[in-house]
Design a protein around this ligand. Structure first.
Ligand code: OVM
Length: 386
């Protein structure tokens, strides 16, 4: 198969490639990179569920850590396998419990109200730079306990983290230009004495005090929160707003019943998965859908394609809020996104605030993509609210 998941055409708009990926069979080889791949829902789900055969400790990006050094200390969550993964995963899951998240509601609502109010006053606004970015930069970073104001560093760091999951191309080099300063800033924010008491970060250090994890592990888990917790949500929210702006009948349905905001976010994640790719590495020889794969091989799961597999979804290209559960945008199994509930909570509050205050939402220009090796990102999304 000669599709290049890191080529400009795929990065700009992956959907036109999905039909060919689905037709390539349940598992296929991407010649250019010498990697295996799945794009159908069933096999993709199988690979990400079977964490013992398809491991994460050799990296979930293109790089194979069995053969090359990662660019930074491995993530204890993302780039680890059970049993090492289990205790840190438990600690961070506890810190992000449903109760801990719900306690954030007043602050999250206050900032949603403020940002939505400012956007509406302008009439036309940029849904990326006026809403989708500033919202998590404020509320999520506050929830972690970040005290620094220069939070653009989180976007610069996110650019590094996500571009580094692809090849060492121009995008990677560009993102890494300021790596020393940005990494130093980020490392500083993960220190115990830099964090506000009572935040998620402080709670991780308290888990270290109780002996559940070490203090070094707490710092690295905070790095995970700051790595994974901003851009993913920014673009999940941005794509939802894009889809809602071109489906006025869905917007009307949300206005009539704001409880539909949650299914709308979910369906957006399926329809326009912000993180459409995910690698695993075979920890042993295995047979996948009749194909033998040796040990130590990278397997690319096309999550975005699995979310549009006609074998799994009726009219997969329709934007339809009545879908059953089952998209793989948050992964599944032991590595399923630990921040999923937080992302849903942020999206719910921001979008509900908008739905309550805006009668019509319409495009005010074309969305401007922002090339990235991993994420489907928007630089700008001009919208008009009335
Ligand atoms: C982490 C991490 C980084 C990027 C993404 C992610 C999608 C996690 O540092 O643990 O999850």
């Amino acid at each position: 198969m000669d599709v290049d998941p890191f080529g400009a055409a795929f990065q700009h708009d992956p959907e036109p490639f999905y039909e060919r990926l689905h037709a390539a069979g349940p598992v296929f080889l991407l010649d250019a990179y010498g990697i295996w791949a799945t794009a159908r829902h069933a096999e993709t789900q199988h690979v990400i569920r079977d964490f013992e055969t398809f491991c994460s400790s050799a990296g979930i990006g293109l790089a194979n850590f069995l053969k090359e050094q990662p660019w930074r200390t491995r993530s204890l969550l993302l780039e680890a396998d059970p049993p090492a993964h289990t205790s840190v995963r438990r600690a961070i899951a506890r810190v992000m419990s449903p109760r801990a998240i719900e306690a954030l509601r007043p602050e999250f609502e206050r900032h949603a109200d403020r940002l939505v109010g400012e956007a509406i006053r302008q009439g036309s606004f940029d849904a990326v730079t006026d809403l989708a970015q500033p919202y998590p930069l404020r509320v999520f970073a506050d929830a972690v306990g970040i005290t620094a104001d220069d939070r653009e560093n989180l976007l610069l760091y996110g650019d590094m983290v996500f571009n580094a999951l692809g090849p060492r191309n121009r995008l990677f080099e560009k993102a890494m230009e300021r790596a020393p300063q940005v990494t130093a800033w980020l490392t500083e924010q993960c220190r115990r004495d830099a964090l506000r008491p009572g935040g998620l970060g402080a709670h991780l250090y308290e888990a270290a005090d109780r002996g559940e994890i070490t203090a070094d592990e707490a710092a690295l888990l905070i790095r995970s929160l700051l790595s994974a917790g901003i851009d993913t949500t920014v673009h999940g929210v941005a794509w939802t707003l894009r889809l809602l702006s071109v489906h006025p009948e869905v917007w009307d349905a949300l206005r009539a019943d704001p409880a539909l905001v949650r299914p709308a976010f979910e369906e957006s994640l399926r329809h326009a998965s912000p993180a459409p790719l995910l690698f695993r590495t075979t920890s042993r020889e295995t047979t996948l859908a009749g194909t033998r794969i040796p040990a130590g091989e990278k397997v690319l799961c096309f999550l975005g394609a699995a979310n549009r597999d006609p074998r799994a979804w009726k009219h997969p290209d329709d934007f339809d809020l009545r879908r059953p559960a089952g998209h793989v945008s948050f992964g599944t199994g032991v590595h399923a996104c630990v921040g999923a509930a937080m992302a849903r909570f942020e999206a719910e509050i921001l979008l509900t605030t908008l739905v309550r205050r805006v009668r019509t939402l319409a495009p005010a220009g074309d969305p401007v993509p922002r090339p990235n090796n991993w994420l489907r990102t928007l630089a700008h999304l001009p919208l008009r609210a009335a």
